[in-house]
Design a protein around this ligand. Structure first.
Ligand SMILES: C[S@@+](CC[C@H](N)C(=O)[O-])C[C@H]1O[C@@H](n2cnc3c(N)ncnc32)[C@H](O)[C@@H]1O
Length: 179
C-alpha cells in the first residue's frame, strides 16, 4: 500500500498502523529522529536505516540508537543520489529486504522531488508499505480525476513492473537499473 499524509500527527498515526514489530524500515528525511523514535517503538525486533543530508541529525540519531532496542543505522547523505540508494539497497538486501519505506523530505507544496525519490527508491527496494509525507502530492491525489483505473497494492508502483526504472533517464542520477 502507498500512503500519503501531510499533517505530522496523521503521518505518525499511519506509521503506527503499518509498521510491524520485526519490520526493516528505511526512513528518508529523519531530521532529528522524532518519528524514528516512534518507529523504534513499533519495530522493537526490526531495524531502521535512517537518512538525512542535514547536519543536525547524526548526533541525535546516534544517541537514539543507544537508547532504544531497535538497531538504528544513520546515514548522512543526499537521497537523490544514486550512490546513496545503491548503498542502502545492498544493506537491506543483506537483511532480507525493506518492509516499510518512509519519505519525508519537507518541501511542503513542491512534490516533484518527493515523487521522484519515492518512485526510484520504492521501485528498487519494493517495500510492502510506503508512507510519503507531502502536501502537494496529497492535494494532487484528491484534486485529479483519472479516466482509467491503473493501480498497485504494494508499497511501490508494481503495476509498472521493471519498466518502472527507465535506464535512459539520467535525471538526478537516480534512474539506473544497476541496483
Ligand atoms: C520535514 S523534515 C523531516 C521530519 C521527520 N521525518 C519527522 O517526522 O520528524 C525534512 C528532512 O528532510 C531532509 N531532506 C530534505 N531533502 C533531502 C535529501 N535530498 N536527502 C536527504 N535528506 C533530505 C531535511 O534535511 C530535513 O531534515
Amino acid at each position: 500500500m502507498i500512503n500519503v499524509a501531510y499533517d505530522i500527527k496523521v503521518y505518525r498515526q499511519v506509521l503506527k498502523d503499518i509498521v510491524k514489530e520485526d519490520d526493516v524500515v528505511v526512513e528518508l528525511g529523519c531530521h532529528v529522529g522524532n518519528s524514528t523514535r516512534i518507529i523504534s517503538q513499533l519495530a522493537p525486533r526490526g531495524k531502521i536505516i535512517a537518512l538525512d543530508k542535514g547536519s543536525e541529525s547524526k548526533e541525535k540519531l546516534d544517541q537514539l540508537d543507544k537508547e532504544v532496542e531497535t538497531p538504528i543505522e544513520f546515514i548522512n547523505a543526499d537521497v537523490r543520489l544514486h550512490e546513496t540508494l545503491e548503498e542502502v539497497a545492498k544493506k537491506v538486501s543483506a537483511i532480507g529486504g525493506c518492509d516499510v519505506l518512509s519519505v519525508d523530505l519537507g518541501g511542503g507544496y513542491h512534490p516533484d522531488t518527493t515523487f521522484k525519490v519515492f518512485y526510484i527508491w520504492s521501485s528498487t527496494l519494493k517495500p510492502r508499505e510506503t508512507i510519503i509525507r507531502n502536501r502537494g502530492l496529497l492535494d494532487f491525489i484528491h484534486s485529479a480525476k483519472g479516466s482509467e483505473t491503473i493501480s498497485s497494492s504494494e508499497g511501490w508502483l508494481e503495476s509498472c513492473r521493471d519498466d518502472g526504472v527507465p535506464p535512459n533517464l539520467k535525471e538526478l542520477k537516480l534512474w539506473s537499473p544497476k541496483v
